[in-house]
Design a protein around this ligand. Structure first.
Ligand code: ADP
Ligand code: 5GP
Length: 184
């Protein structure tokens, strides 16, 4: 089974994905996307993302390298590489996607029953702001852009197979583990 994780920025998608990768390193692997945004904090090229220029991104669109891509924020492109899915499946592992809401809905349409789409829901937009500020790696301007987008993203929640409310972290991990147990 392939798992697609979507949520407004700051809801805890990366935290959920890291939990699964830590608990089941032999089972899952993250699909590393391309992005045109610069690295943040301790991010490493090829681990969190392939950090590429807009020109390179355009070239990859022309080459038909992406399963899906989105301009998630103004001027910032993110795309899922076809070859990531092949690489992970060839290694005998299950693919995890951490993508934006529209990308997730598109991936689910393409993958159908091969995938479970999971929406990670924040307890509130106020809490989202606190988490983004607390993470300490995103500018105030970018935080505002992300929050402005969050309301719209939350309205897509009913389009997903499952929802995890990330209030208390331990409880969220339990919900996630139950979903994996049920669907694997
Ligand atoms: P996303 O990948 O969705 O942008 P992150 O996983 O980076 O979100 O989480 C945003 C911030 O919130 C991080 O600093 C993370 O440690 C923190 N966080 C995640 N889940 C919780 C939670 N349940 N309670 C408090 N803080 C959390
Ligand atoms: P961030 O800049 O915080 O890493 O990511 C911003 C948003 O882009 C997040 O919602 C993240 O899940 C999403 N994203 C990351 N990679 C992809 C991708 O390949 N495709 C799409 N559509 N969204 C992505």
């Amino acid at each position: 089974m392939i798992y697609i994780f979507c949520a407004p920025s700051g809801s805890g998608k990366s935290t959920m994905v890291k939990h699964l990768l830590t608990e089941h390193p032999d089972l899952f692997e993250l699909s590393v996307s391309c992005t045109t945004r610069p690295p943040r904090g301790q991010e490493v090229h090829g681990r969190e993302y392939y950090f590429i220029s807009v020109e390179e991104f355009r070239k990859r669109i022309e080459n038909n390298d992406f399963v899906e891509y989105q301009q998630v924020y103004e001027g910032l492109y993110y795309g899922t590489l076809k070859k990531e899915i092949d690489r992970i499946e060839a290694a005998g592992k299950q693919v995890l996607f951490d993508v934006d809401v529209k990308g997730g809905i598109n991936l689910k349409k393409i993958l159908g029953d091969k995938a479970v789409s999971v929406f990670i829901c924040p307890p509130s937009v106020d809490e989202l702001r606190k988490r983004l500020v607390g993470r300490g790696d995103t500018s105030a301007e970018m935080i505002e852009k992300r929050l402005a987008k969050a309301e719209e993203e939350l309205s897509y929640k009913p389009c997903f197979d499952r929802v995890v409310v990330n209030d208390d972290l331990r409880h969220a991990f339990e919900q996630l583990d139950a979903i994996i147990d049920e669907t694997k």
